[in-house]
Design a protein around this ligand. Structure first.
Ligand SMILES: [Fe+2]
Length: 198
């Protein structure tokens, strides 16, 4: 099995508002770690499968590697969505399409925003994600524990916000997560969100 399936993507995000370049550089390194771990897991699972069977004595290692795929894969993919929905000079008003989708699903855009921000403030290690249900066109906000717990199968991530402490600890105190959340929203690339919606 090929050793390198995924390559870390590059994101040009220097000069964001309220999220320092130092934070981003550290965060890109963490992301690259998820890409490497995903590739390594595929290689190691491939080695076990190479003789065409999973022996009884291989089963514990095989199981552990396979369970870790969910963590590492989602860690890789969610960071790509996260970096991909910020840009220099971002923020401002969302596109009309996103606003319309949100207003079909919530009483108002402001209530959607309150919900999204509040999910981001939840205690724990994880993510706040606004997802599109492609079958019904509804938008809903979800708390994702770690990287893998709570993602809804088949839903499309529209707006992805990392609220692990590493996302803001160099810039804000742990108790100041709300300030980081406002900084994140001030950098959103709404055009990228709209492309996901389409
Ligand atoms: Fe992160």
């Amino acid at each position: 099995m090929e050793n390198t399936i995924y390559k870390a993507k590059q994101f040009d995000l220097s000069g964001l508002k309220g999220i320092s370049d130092k934070t981003l550089e550290m965060h890109f390194k963490l992301y690259e770690g998820y890409v490497k771990a995903t590739n390594d897991l595929h290689a190691r699972i491939g080695e076990i499968l190479a003789d065409g069977k999973v022996d009884q004595e291989e089963m514990p290692a095989y199981s552990e590697l396979t369970r870790r795929l969910g963590f590492e894969y989602n860690g890789m993919v969610l960071h790509e969505y996260y970096f991909g929905n910020m840009k220099q000079n971002g923020g401002g008003d969302p596109s009309a399409c996103f606003r319309a989708a949100v207003e079909r699903s919530f009483p108002s855009f402001d209530i959607w925003r309150t919900d999204f921000v509040s999910v981001g403030k939840m205690r724990g290690v994880g993510w706040a994600i606004a997802y599109l249900d492609p079958a019904h066109g509804r938008v809903s906000n979800h708390w994702i524990e770690l990287h893998q717990n709570g993602n809804v199968a088949g839903f499309v991530p529209l707006l992805v916000m990392d609220v692990w402490e590493h996302a803001y600890l160099l810039d804000y105190k742990p108790a100041d997560r709300p300030k980081y959340i406002e900084a994140f929203l001030a950098n959103v690339d709404w055009a990228a969100v709209e492309r996901r919606l389409a």
